[in-house]
Design a protein around this ligand. Structure first.
Ligand code: GLU
Length: 485
């Protein structure tokens, strides 16, 4: 049974970008919260000061917002249990470690890195698991005070009791059991005064009243430490759900080497947020039928943690591309207009002079030919500016000695029309072809080359209509001057 009003969190470390795996974790938490009338919390886990990246938190928040995953509580959205950034909670962690030390469930450790290195090497030589040997557990109160007085650097470690069985009842993976003998005396507080991930994560999940911890499988091996912490503090243990790994098609772990992993990269490439969210939702989950096309609100209604697979989920870029196409085709022309204008604003064509009405016609002409809105600009820049060059292969193939004369005749024919529509251009072309007794193609191909510079694209008469009579004639005249066979 899911508790009433569950509370879940996405707890990223701000490393500079949002990994697609992070987006999936955030999404599943979000969907679980929405489905069950719960709260979705964003907590920033920035206690590893060596990995801080300037602007990373802002970037994370912007990217989550772009994807439509608004949080109920988090930075800038106080739900009464903040602050939601761990570096602003240091006194809280200190208080709880002191408590554990007093109860002898944690202890001061003054071992130098040299000693720890030696210990590790000795253990490796004898084939033992690398583990701290509790050397400092036996220091007396006096010895500890003395060392503290002398400002000796120290850490605080968890005092793991041997021979305990630790059970995790994972919603996705079922029952997983660990023996406490394999759990190291984890550092809880580092020598720089910052907590480790393990301590801060457990303290915050408790204080923020998190009911379900939904996170990537790579954290499963940390969970025994977390459970011990809950037990040593005497706190209720949340439910756990460890999400399957994301894999490359060759079944290796999804890594930067094999392609983009940052959500920002997909965004920059022009993927629609609807497509990326839909695609990521299916990385490990399905409703149990063949359905693949979902909008976020539909996912909120259909999602169930129980239906998440244990097996790794393959990240298939072709599938993402086809999903982008599918979502793009479902968008209204007006929605695409907004996206096209955004793309235009950051392109070489930002000073184009097409009205919204004309841009809508461009969209209608191009929609079925593109996977990305920006392809309208990349593949059909001629809508926005006069061709700068002419495809030489097409010139060789399509521009004949009689082309200039045919195009001239076409100009004359359309000059006679007033505000020509698509059909008027078409009629003019047929008339010229008939008069000179050539096939339509003998005029169509050089005309297309003249107005667009390339040999393929949407309907030629659509292009003429969008460009308008003046511009069409102007372009043909320029081509007549410039194209030499
Ligand atoms: N800060 C961890 C991360 O970067 C959070 C893991 C967890 O959700 O407990 O993914």
């Amino acid at each position: 049974m899911i508790s009433e009003n569950p509370r879940v969190r996405f707890a990223p470390s701000p490393t500079g970008y949002l990994h697609v795996g992070g987006l999936r974790t955030a999404l599943y938490n979000y969907l679980f919260a929405k489905k069950n009338n719960g709260a979705f919390i964003l907590r920033i886990e920035d206690t590893d000061r060596t990995r801080l990246v300037e602007g990373a938190v802002e970037n994370l928040i912007t990217t989550l917002k772009w994807a439509g995953l608004d949080y109920d509580e988090g930075p800038g959205k106080d739900g009464g249990l903040g602050p939601y950034v761990q570096s602003e909670r240091l006194t809280i962690y200190k208080k709880y470690t002191d408590e554990l030390v007093q109860q002898k469930k944690a202890y001061y450790c003054f071992c130098t890195s040299d000693r720890l290195k030696q210990l590790r090497e000795d253990q490796q030589k004898t084939g033992l698991q690398s583990k701290y040997d509790k050397h400092c557990l036996h220091l007396t109160e006096n010895e500890i005070s003395e060392k503290l007085k002398n400002n000796e650097p120290f850490v605080i470690r968890l005092n793991v009791q041997p021979d305990e069985l630790i059970h995790i009842d994972d919603i996705i993976r079922g029952e997983v059991t660990f023996n406490s003998n394999v759990v190291d005396d984890q550092i809880l507080l580092k020598s720089d005064g910052y907590p480790t991930y393990h301590l801060a994560n457990v303290v915050d999940d408790h204080l923020m009243k998190i009911t379900h911890v939904i996170r990537g499988e790579e954290w499963l091996s940390s969970t025994p430490k977390h459970i011990l912490l809950y037990q040593y503090f005497g706190w209720e243990i949340p439910k756990f759900a460890h999400l399957p790994l994301l894999l490359n098609p060759d079944k290796s772990k999804l890594s930067k080497r094999q392609g983009d992993v940052a959500v920002e990269d997909y965004r920059a490439k022009g993927y629609l947020k609807e497509a990326l969210v839909n695609f990521v939702a299916l990385l490990g989950w399905s409703a149990g039928d063949d359905r693949e096309f979902y909008y976020l609100d539909e996912l909120c209604r259909s999602f169930a943690l129980e239906r998440v697979n244990k097996a790794g989920a393959v990240f298939n870029i072709e599938k993402l591309q086809s999903m982008n196409f599918a979502h793009l085709q479902k968008k209204s022309d007006e929605e695409l207009l907004i996206l096209l204008k955004e793309e235009l604003a950051s392109s070489d064509f930002k000073s184009h002079s097409l009205s919204d009405e004309k841009l809508l016609l461009v969209i209608q002409a191009m929609k079925e030919r593109i996977n990305f809105v920006k392809e309208i600009i990349l593949n059909a820049g001629y809508f926005f500016t006069i061709p700068q060059s002419y495809d030489q292969d097409a010139v060789k193939k399509r521009w004949t000695l009689e082309s200039p004369q045919l195009l001239q005749k076409f100009i004359e024919a359309i000059q006679k029309t007033d505000n020509p529509l698509k059909e008027d251009y078409e009629n003019a072309l047929h008339k010229v072809a008939e008069e000179v007794a050539v096939k339509n193609a003998a005029i169509i191909h050089p005309l297309r080359l003249a107005v667009s510079g390339v040999s393929g694209g949407p309907g030629l008469f659509d292009i003429f209509f969008i460009l308008g009579k003046e511009e069409t004639i102007k372009r043909i005249n320029i081509a007549l001057e410039k194209i030499k066979t």
